[in-house]
Design a protein around this ligand. Structure first.
Ligand code: FAD
Ligand code: SIN
Length: 526
């Protein structure tokens, strides 16, 4: 089957949904999502969305905090742009129906998180993401120009390569004509032709066996663009959130928001000793890379499986009122956070790098935009400041929409694209090949490419990943496609990019820490 549209939006998180709403009056939109419209990383966001709202906060302070967190690797021009444009896009979210908490005086109740020098995080209790996701989904469902296709999985982008032409990463003339999309209800791969394609597929957390990300976060967009010969960058900067609930075997790991530390909760060892003062003067509210590494170190020194986050000294009623979901979740595991410390461990949380884009979200492939977590805009550098990702997503959805609206009338759909060739493929005889390789891949990444890395660990990870890569490619060639197989293939691809980029960085910076190059500042081997 062939489908045609002006805008093909892949992904239904905050980035894809906001973009769809902004362009739908200018052309037909097809919005595809690989599970349901409601499932995304966005839905699980807790702390909130960072933007300057009231004095004494100001743009300069938010810019400075973002630059400091990034460990000197972000693009200052981009930081200034996002910080200044975020408040207007938050107003847009409010106009679309998103409710942020207000105090008794009718002013927005602002939270604080690691690395922020001011209270500037707008939130809805401790489930901000769900509030945003539901509001945007409601809006999208009611727009007549948006066709929603759930259970549709983007397999590959269509470029000149599919017309038999040579496509090279360095040429800069690659064009995207749409995507091959697997209908998960029929197992058919259909051809979606578009004037403009938008990748909004989110993060990569499932590369690791402990992650706060839901199952959908499998790096698909990054792998799609890499295979289509677009440029990917900064992949070595994986953000581990310092505090996910220690609950072995439970996936995804339940997040204990950093806003709780902003509210006064303190990190302690299992034996009840504070330790963050040894690592940073901002203590429990230092930027995430520092806190996650400190916890990792304390756990290795003590041999404990977790550390504690202690809220017992805080006002119990206010605690329950601000963090009702965390309170309930912990209580369901017999942890009363007003009386008991919460056991926490770091978990893979956010991909700072991704598809290289310009200030409008335009990728290095023509007719292709990437927005949200999947993109690398220059905002986060070597470490993202907490709650800056939701702001980045809405700012870039707006910028990409404004840019594309100017172009759309001059673009044609390419009708010469061949349909997907599934000749000679069959259903895999054994799913164990896929599930086992998925687990092995997660173990390789967790053991060798985690919070602390070394040359030896990275080499070992590469060698082991190569075996899984070869097996998976062979299986892919002869199989009728399934979501799990495609996701495994994509994750392996993304894992390679992370390892290769980590190997090329001969220094420790932000989220990338190597025992062999423990200092900041590039060290040349020669
Ligand atoms: P997502 O919201 O992840 O949406 C991606 C969409 O793409 C999904 O619909 C998915 O199904 C779809 N998709 C993926 N691959 C395919 C494919 N091959 N075909 C079709 N569809 C596909 N950030 C903050 O700023 N503040 C916070 O408080 C905060 N808290 C967080 C808490 C948690 C637990 C987590 C996991 C993240 C948090 N983050 C937070 C990060 C933030 O939520 C994400 O970075 C952001 O929501 C990403 O939005 P997105 O639209 O780019 O992607
Ligand atoms: C949190 O609430 O701690 C997560 C915030 C973020 O990832 O930006």
């Amino acid at each position: 089957m062939i489908k045609e549209t002006d805008f093909l939006v892949i992904g239904s998180g905050i980035a894809g949904l906001s973009f769809a709403l902004k362009v739908a009056d200018y052309g037909k939109v097809i919005l595809i999502s690989k599970t349901t419209l409601y499932e995304s990383n966005t839905k699980y966001a807790q702390g909130g969305i960072a933007a300057v709202t009231y004095e004494p906060d100001n743009y300069e302070k938010h810019i400075k905090d973002t630059l400091t967190a990034s460990d000197g690797l972000c693009n200052k021009e981009i930081v200034e742009m996002v910080v200044r444009e975020a408040p207007a896009q938050i107003k847009q979210l409010i106009d679309w129906g998103v409710n942020f908490d207000q105090n008794e005086k009718g002013k927005y109740d602002l939270g604080k998180e690691g690395g922020h020098s001011e209270y500037r995080v707008l939130h809805h209790k401790d489930n901000t993401g769900e509030e945003i996701q539901n509001s945007l989904v409601n809006r999208v469902k009611n727009h007549k120009n948006i066709e929603i296709l759930e259970n549709h999985f983007a397999v590959d982008l269509i470029t000149q390569h599919h017309l038999g032409k040579l496509v090279k990463r360095s040429h800069g003339d690659t064009e995207c004509y749409g995507a091959y999309v697997l209908d998960l209800k029929t197992d058919q791969v259909n051809t979606f032709l578009s004037k403009i394609t938008i990748i909004a597929t989110g993060g990569t957390g499932n590369l690791y066996d402990t992650t706060t990300n839901p199952k959908i976060a499998t790096g698909d967009g990054i792998a799609l663009v890499y295979r289509a010969k677009g440029i990917i960058e900064n992949m070595e900067f994986i953000q581990f959130h310092p505090t996910s609930l220690y609950n072995p075997g439970k996936k995804p790991s339940f997040l204990i928001t950093e806003a709780l530390r902003g509210f006064g909760a303190i990190l302690k060892t299992k034996a009840g000793k504070e330790f963050m003062h040894k690592y940073d003067k901002r203590e429990s509210l230092a930027p995430r890379d520092i806190v996650a590494r400190a916890i990792d170190h304390e756990m290795k020194m003590s041999g404990d499986d977790y550390v504690h986050l202690d809220c017992c000294h805080l006002n119990p009623e206010k605690l329950k009122d601000h963090f009702p979901n965390i309170y309930e979740k912990c209580l369901s595991l017999n942890i009363d956070i007003t009386k008991d410390p919460i056991p926490v461990i770091p978990a893979a949380h956010y991909m700072c790098g991704g598809i290289k884009v310009d200030k409008n979200g335009y990728s290095t492939i023509n007719r292709l935009y990437a927005i949200g977590e999947v993109s690398s805009t220059g905002l986060h550098g070597a470490n993202r400041l907490a709650s800056n990702s939701l702001s980045e997503a809405v700012v870039y959805a707006d910028r990409a929409a404004k840019d594309v609206i100017k172009k759309i009338a001059h673009l044609e759909i390419n009708n010469n694209i061949p349909e997907w060739d599934a000749h000679g493929t069959t259903y895999p005889e054994e799913m164990i090949m896929i599930t086992q390789n998925y687990k092995e891949m997660q173990q390789i990444m967790s053991n060798y490419v985690g919070i602390v890395r070394s040359n030896l660990r990275l080499e070992r990870a590469l060698r082991r990943l190569e075996i899984i890569y070869t097996e998976t490619e062979k299986l892919y060639e002869k199989s009728i496609l399934s979501q799990k197989l495609c996701e495994l293939r994509n994750l392996i691809n993304v894992g390679f990019l992370i390892i290769k980029m980590a190997q090329n960085l001969h220094e420790s910076r932000g989220l990338h820490y190597s025992i062999d190059y423990p200092k900041k500042g590039f060290v040349s081997e020669f």
